[in-house]
Design a protein around this ligand. Sequence first.
Ligand SMILES: [Zn+2]
Length: 127
Amino acid sequence: MNYKIKHDESEGCCLECGGVLNGRKDRKFCSLVCKNAYNNRRISIIRKYKSDIMSRLSRNYEILESLLNDKVKNASLEELKALGFDDSCMTGHSPGRRKHEECCCFDIVYYRSENKIFGLRRLTIEK
Ligand SMILES: [Zn+2]
């Protein structure tokens, strides 16, 4: 998927239709219709991007939670990826101890090495 938002700041051209702009130098759109179309598309792309990330986080969470329910604390990244786990998607990250990255997916924490996760556990969230 390509989420790049085009920022063609060609001077004198409408960002939406590319039409020639007249008037103030800082004008970006030829009309309100073009301005709204451009902004609506931009908002839609960002909304889709956020939704895709939330879907991947939810899938990761389901997989990690399933491992915890089965009392599994270690798993290979290869096996996890086969289940749909996206190891680039997490809600937190720190260098961790013993040179392994500490990652979290909401309240589930784990260490990650090059080819596996281990020390899988759930954080205690206090109110
Ligand atoms: Zn235009």
